[in-house]
Structures are given as C-alpha cells and as structure tokens.
Design a binder for this molecule. Sequence first.
Ligand code: FAD
Ligand code: 2HG
Ligand code: ZN
Length: 478
Amino acid sequence: MSEHALLAQLRDLIGAQHVLHEGDLSAYELDWRKRSQGKALAVVRPANTEQVAAVVKACAAARVSVVPQGGNTGLVVGSIPDDSGTQIVLSLQRLNKVRAIDKANLTLTAEAGCVLAQVQQAAEQARLLFPLSLGSEGSCTLGGNLATNAGGTQVLRYGNARELCLGLEVVTAQGEILHGLTGLRKDNTGYDLRNLVIGSEGTLGIITAATMKLYPTPAATLTAWAAVPSVSAAVQLLGLAHQHLGAGLTGFEMMGQFALSLVDKHFAPLRVPLWQDSPYCVLLENSDTESQDHARQRFEHLLEVAFEDGCVTNAVIAENIGQACNFWHIRESITLAQAQEGLNIKHDISLPVSAIAEFVQTTDALLTQHIAGVRIVNFGHLGDGNLHYNVQSPLGVDAATFLKDFEPRVNEWVYQSVRAFNGSISAEHGIGSLKLDSLPKYKDPVALALMREIKQALDPLGTLNPERVVSTKSSRAL
Ligand code: FAD
Ligand code: 2HG
Ligand code: ZN
C-alpha cells in the first residue's frame, strides 16, 4: 500500500483533522532537550481505544512503523520519529478521560493521554492520593509514565509507576485490544503481561488506559531543607531519616552545590537556601498520619540527632505550604536551569545506596582528571539510590564542541564506573534511542537476548517503535 493510500485510510478511520501531515509538526518531532529532530510521515490523534487499534492495524498492514507519544517529555529520545519521514507518530493526547474512581478499592482508572497532574487532581477531589510525582507532571501523561516506568520524588515510599499499576488496557502490535483493566491486588493467572508492557517504551504495545493504586491522604506533610557536608553525610542522614520517620519518609532528594548554583543563576527569584556554604543540600519530606504538630516534633528530633552526629550542618523546616512548594520548585528547576546553561550530557543512574559516596568520589576524580574544569551537575533521588549525574562543559568552552569531542568518552567513563559499583545505566528515564548502543555493553547478554526474543514474539513485523530499547538490526545485535 502506498503512503498516500495509508494516509487516506487513516483519515477515514479517525477524521481528516486528526491526521496531521503538513505544517509545523515540531511539537511532535523535536525531543524535549531539543537535541534530536525527526520527520514524521504524519501525526495521528485517535480519540479512543478502538481508533488506536484501527490505526495500528492499518499501519501494520502497510508495514509502516508507529511511534507512540504522550507528552513528549521523555529524556531518552524515544517518543519522536526517526528522520526518514516514513514513521507515524501516534499521539495519545485525546485519550484523556478519567474513567472511574473506586474509593473502596482505592483505585483510579484513567486513559493513557491524561496528564499526570490531572490524575493527581482527580484523586485529590476524591480525597485520596495518587503519589506519582515528577517535575514534568504538568505535561507528561499516564501512558508515558507507565511506558517508561517513571520514578520521581515519592518512590521510596510508594514505588515507581510499575508498583502503582494494577491493570492495563493495551493495543497490541497486531491491533488487538488486550482488556486488562483489573483492579485486583492478587491475580496469579499466568504470565504477567502488564509488567512486560510497563517500561517497554512503546516497543511491545500501546497503553490506552490503566488502573492505578490510590492511597489515603496523609494528615500532614512537612518539608525540610538541610545542608550536609558530603555525600556520605547525606547517606548517613538518609539512614537516620528511615530510622526516625519510618514510613513517614516520603521524599529524600540530594542536590550538589553546582546544580543549585545553576538554579540560583537562572531562576534567582526562587532564592535557593543554604547552598553557598555547603557542597550538598538535601530536601526531605515527612508525611504524617497523625497531625502537623506530630510531624514537626518528629522532624525536629531527627534534625537534632543529625546535627549531633555531624551529618547536617544547617537546616530549615518549611513554615508553611508556600515555603514547602518553593523548596520543591527549586529542586524541580534543576533540569530547566541546566538546559538554560547549555547542552549537557545526562546520566540517569542507580547504585546501591551504600556505594554512592564512593562512586561520586571516584567518578568526580576520574572526570576532573580527564577534563580540566569539567562541571558536574549531581543531584537526584538519593532515597532510591538514583543520581542524575550530569556533565556540563567547562566554563568558556562551547557546549556543542564539548559534546562532539567528549560525549562518548564521558559516557564510557561514567558507565564503567557505574558497572564497577554494581549499578544500572538507566534508573528511571529508560533507554529510548539515546542509550540503544550503550545497553548491550552493560546489560547481561542473556537478558538482552531474551528481550530481543520477546520483542520478536510480540511484534514480529517490528513496526512498534523500532530501534528503541533493543535493536533488532543484526550489526547492532552482536
Ligand atoms: P513521552 O515522552 O511522550 O514518551 C516516552 C516513551 O514512552 C516513548 O518511548 C514513547 O514511545 C512511549 N509512550 C508514550 N506514551 C505511550 C503509550 N500510551 N503507550 C506506549 N508507549 C508510550 N522521569 C522520571 O522517571 N522521573 C522524574 O523525576 C522525571 N522528571 C522529569 C523532569 C522534567 C523537567 C522532564 C522534562 C522530564 C522528566 N522525566 C522524569 C522524564 C519524563 O517526564 C518521563 O519519562 C515521563 O514518564 C514521560 O511521559 P510522556 O507522556 O511525556 O511520554
Ligand atoms: C529529575 O529528577 C528528572 O528532576 C530529570 O528525572 C533529571 O534532568 C535530569 O537529568
Ligand atoms: Zn529524576
């Protein structure tokens, strides 16, 4: 079938106004970091699951690849088409209904294109909590969150997107609909297809809706900002926080001085606290089931102990919601501040918490030894052992030239160090196409071979988001 005939068929299926073929499609073709630009054959915007299935079926029959896209906030170049002009971008944004909330079952069922903040608000209106929380929550979608198994800032208490999901509705590569929207917490009826699709980044199926867990809203939530003298002090503080706050510890983020200096430079009105005199700061969140006073007492006691132990040198507990929001806003602004500073190299890595201090010391030294004046933007979800260990060009060095000269080597140095400390080269952002070539170097070969077989079994024509996560091209497969 010609491309022309396929486009005509897609127009018949979902309406001509939802098959975008001409004009400025950069919102769908350019990745969030503005580092990669693709070219789509068309962008299609179906309205419901049946239309998604019909589009996928038509594309499979025409052997045309489909790239699912939610909010296009992914950081590993997985949601935009390649530059061939032959791939269809399938935007899920019109599937944006919260279908049901079951208060007794503590579940919410929503369509894949719902923006994460919309899902949080729907839960809030039912006086419940949907805890997934990311800096991109105003734009990213539930489907994208599940497809990438997103993490964010509440993982240490509530788990990542996978752990929050009970059921999925999925369109398969053949255009069949898998009806799996169960709200069951127990269901041992065979292979776990839901967990195969979660984290598969659009390569095994298209998520059209999901049933997610909800939680009771905590009675009080308090936020503190602490200056710590080193990464090992931050790890020590994490241990104390677990011990003193137990399940109340809902957030533990570490931010390096250079990362905070970028927020100070590019977003001065946010007034970053305590960063000038401290190599690292930590943002802690305590969610209490009793009361605000109880939360404060426990927090104060924790900080007293931490001062005595020397792992905190200064700290401030947010006085009100506004101040707490400001602390979080500062933390969430690091990515934007880094983008404003210029092109950079990102590493979204995870390590055993016990190895993090030594990893940072060793890897900082390695990079500094090879690149005079290198600027390391180190921050992340320390409570989950997840660092965003990013690298910015030395001051005065053109960022594009720096990336051209150093990016592959910097990746190699950092990832080899990650391997030496038994870590992972992707904690929460995924593989996409950005890390496609790195994965075979760091993933267990048997696991990789099984992943390729699963891809082949579920998508034999290879039309679902090809050359993302695993490559099926033989030159890369070796
Ligand atoms: P997209 O970017 O559109 O797509 C991401 C991948 O999922 C692509 O491979 C795409 O093909 C696939 N996909 C999308 N929708 C579907 C679907 N319905 N079915 C099947 N496949 C689909 N990530 C974190 O984990 N933690 C963070 O703390 C975090 N913070 C961020 C902060 C900022 C400022 C930004 C820009 C990004 C951040 N991210 C974070 C990364 C990103 O927001 C997440 O990966 C998010 O889950 C992507 O959702 P999306 O809807 O934008 O997906
Ligand atoms: C965060 O935790 C995101 O803020 C983005 O995962 C990380 O910009 C990054 O490297
Ligand atoms: Zn993160």
